[in-house]
Design a protein around this ligand. Sequence first.
Ligand SMILES: *[C@@H]1O[C@H](CO)[C@@H](O)[C@H](O)[C@H]1NC(C)=O
Ligand SMILES: *[C@@H]1O[C@H](CO)[C@@H](O)[C@H](O)[C@H]1NC(C)=O
Ligand SMILES: *[C@@H]1O[C@H](CO)[C@@H](O)[C@H](O)[C@H]1NC(C)=O
Length: 376
Amino acid sequence: MLSKLFTIAAIALTAVHAQTASTFAFTETYPTSGSKPTPKAEWVTEMNAGSIAAAPVLKESGSNGPKQTGSGDTYCDWTFTGCTRATDIVACPKGQWGITYDDGPTQFSSKLYDFLDTTKQKATLFMIGGQVVQYPELVKRAFDSGHELAIHTWSHSYLTTLSNEQIAAELKWTELAIKEVTGVSPRFFRPPYGDIDDRVRDIAKNLGFTPVIWNHDTDDWMLAESTSFKESWVDGNATQWANNAATSTVGGVSLEHDLYEKTVDAAIRILPILQKAYSVTTVGACSGQASYKEGSVPVKNATSSAVPSAASSAGISSGIAGPSSAGPNSSSAASSSGVIAAGSASQAALDSGAAGVAKPVFATLALVAVAASYLA
Ligand SMILES: *[C@@H]1O[C@H](CO)[C@@H](O)[C@H](O)[C@H]1NC(C)=O
Ligand SMILES: *[C@@H]1O[C@H](CO)[C@@H](O)[C@H](O)[C@H]1NC(C)=O
Ligand SMILES: *[C@@H]1O[C@H](CO)[C@@H](O)[C@H](O)[C@H]1NC(C)=O
């Protein structure tokens, strides 16, 4: 615990010192980084223009996120049963790979962006609102490089534990910050921890957002947070996914982070492995959907799917999946339960029980953000 606190403090201090003064002037007054914001009135009106599933607001259970009980899954909760809806993007079509990085921009993002530029690779970047406000130059750079910018909420909270209004605020404040910097409003969002149910889906839909989950998890965050997690595991899994390219029925969407230097280094090591086996591209390009509400900025050298949303109507074969592919918890039944069919409230992993998973990385992020804004 002490060493963990020390690490957090050290990262926070580094973040503060590494930050070069931003010259970008935001006009909005944004919520504090890492806080759970409240929405503007017009966002609530927009949210309530469509119906919203009456799923209960779940209780957080420590750092493990919401705990579901019972065996039913009325509201299609992905971390609970692996359930997805047709509108969720979980995978790219066969032969394609959606490469995604979460939690940026951070002080380590430029190292990743530099590498992506050298291999002319475009990626989907799920950004945290507070980080956008802290690093607008990096956001601008990523956009100008042709990456697809997307939303990873304001405070990185478990969305199923928030009120409707709070969920709207998480999405819209982050959208607004990205829009101020780039002029575009992302359509794609990734629920932190993959924590999504029908209430979250409906709110997002009413506000014009499409959820993106994943079917291949690198567990890269553990490189920075667990001393027993081996670097070679990330590479080993990527190699396995590459080897499965020919036989798997769908492609991939992977989960990585530009949150730590170690995760960026791992991302740099495994990208060439995936590039050899798949057409690596953005989520928008492989799903045939527009990146932004204003339309798509053409992604150069990306392969577009002729079938919009192909990923969300195809089954996800566990055959292509790494051990931690289908759910956020590598040992959850959702990961090994075979086909999870998006579009049919799949209950493939119904017997998994609560697949609650502690991802302390995000608690760390919030603390870093809070510490950074306090010190800054
Ligand atoms: C696109 O790919 C071609 C062929 O690989 C390459 O010559 C070109 O520089 C690439 N353009 C961009 C913008 O990445
Ligand atoms: C894949 O990663 C898991 C941990 O997430 C690890 O246990 C496993 O050994 C890795 N597989 C390979 C082939 O390295
Ligand atoms: C994953 O879930 C299993 C059983 O639900 C649990 O024992 C394990 O601690 C979880 N792993 C992580 C990393 O949270």
